[in-house]
Design a protein around this ligand. Structure first.
Ligand code: G3P
Length: 341
């Protein structure tokens, strides 16, 4: 039987010592809500680019979130829209590349499913012209080309960061394209043996979709907790219906309410609303309602307000880090002995 989502969050929560005095309603974990960086640190850098995910991890996100489509050559890639027009340089690039221009639809759109991964890698990711995306240019470099990410790149970022630092950051892929093939691809990536069980360890991966059929598939075919993106249930009966196919609910910020949190928690569902931007008071409100996490374009703000509400956290190294520390100390001892000799 699958472990409830809130229980799966416990190992990650257990990595911190909670020293503050919580003013907020406790979450189901009894600990701090998760900071989930929506499309990477998309408030600062082009969404779903390698650099946006890297910045999110540096800013203290617990999870990096991104959307998954399949390409013409059946590769899973990270993109929110079905088309490339709003978040890549495809239009300008096509002007000098006839093979790319040939992929243009009659309405002017470039559908990601017509591209191969190799063609997508020729493009740069650009800032979406919308509120909350690249609105803070502190980290943005106009002279830099921002890198398109495959789903494999996305997973590699979290896994390689863990190998390098011992800090376990999770991933939260969303099946964006219709059909079950993309859900299958999401699970195949998370269970790839090259990650040595990293993403199947509790607290390292969550999945999500707006599509109930995809949610049901993800729920039935994996122990990894899945979140259903949809209207927030406010009654026990409605929450039980969601709990039949999912481990969590992902309502929009406008749908969040105390009734929703209470009903969802009563059914064992986590509540992770989307999407928070750069207004600190909105985070405080959500935390005080007892949400289990927030999707945010500004992970640094989400983490900062979390510290204000719950008190600062004190990281505790994982066994992996402790082992590295032990090796380092042992190496230092050897070095000292050699010096003495
Ligand atoms: O995944 C939560 C939230 O991201 C849903 O909205 O449009 O970004 O997929 P969207």
């Amino acid at each position: 039987m699958k472990q409830p989502m809130h229980l799966c969050l416990l190992p990650l929560a257990a990595l911190t010592l909670f020293s503050g005095t919580a003013q907020a309603t406790p979450t189901l974990t009894g600990d701090r809500p998760l900071v989930i960086s929506h499309r990477g640190a998309s408030g600062y850098l082009p969404e779903e680019s390698i650099q946006a995910y890297q910045l999110a991890m540096r800013m203290g996100a617990d999870y990096i979130e991104g959307d998954v489509y399949l390409t013409a050559d059946n590769k899973a890639v990270m993109l929110h829209d079905g088309t490339l027009n709003a978040t890549t340089n495809v239009v300008a690039y096509a002007a000098t590349h006839p093979d790319i221009a040939a992929l243009r639809s009659a309405n002017g759109s470039y559908d990601v499913t017509k591209f191969t991964l190799a063609q997508l890698r020729q493009l740069s990711v650009t800032c979406r012209n919308a509120n909350g995306y690249c609105t803070d240019k502190t980290y943005f470099d106009a002279g830099q080309s921002y890198t398109f990410a495959s789903y494999s790149d996305f997973l590699d970022l979290a896994y390689n960061n863990y190998l390098a630092t011992g800090i376990a950051i999770g991933v939260f892929p969303e099946a964006k394209q219709g059909g079950l093939a993309v859900a299958e691809a999401i699970l195949a990536g998370l269970t790839d043996t090259k990650y040595n069980g990293y993403f199947t360890t509790a607290g390292r991966a969550l999945t999500q979709s707006f599509d109930a059929t995809q949610v049901s598939y993800l729920n039935a075919n994996s122990a990894i907790p899945v979140s259903y993106l949809g209207a927030c249930p406010t009654t026990a009966a409605a929450a039980a219906q969601v709990a039949a196919i999912a481990d969590g609910i992902g309502p929009s910020t406008g749908q969040l309410s105390a009734a929703c949190v209470n009903a969802a928690h009563g059914a064992g569902l986590s509540v992770i609303p989307y999407t928070y931007l750069n207004n600190p008071s909105t985070y405080a409100s959500a935390y005080n309602l007892g949400v289990d996490g927030v999707f945010t374009n500004f992970p640094d703000i989400a983490a900062s307000v979390r510290d204000q509400v719950f008190g600062p956290e004190t990281p505790v190294p994982e066994p992996h880090s402790v082992a590295l520390l032990g090796l380092g100390l042992a190496g230092l001892g050897v070095f000292r002995k050699r010096k003495q000799a």
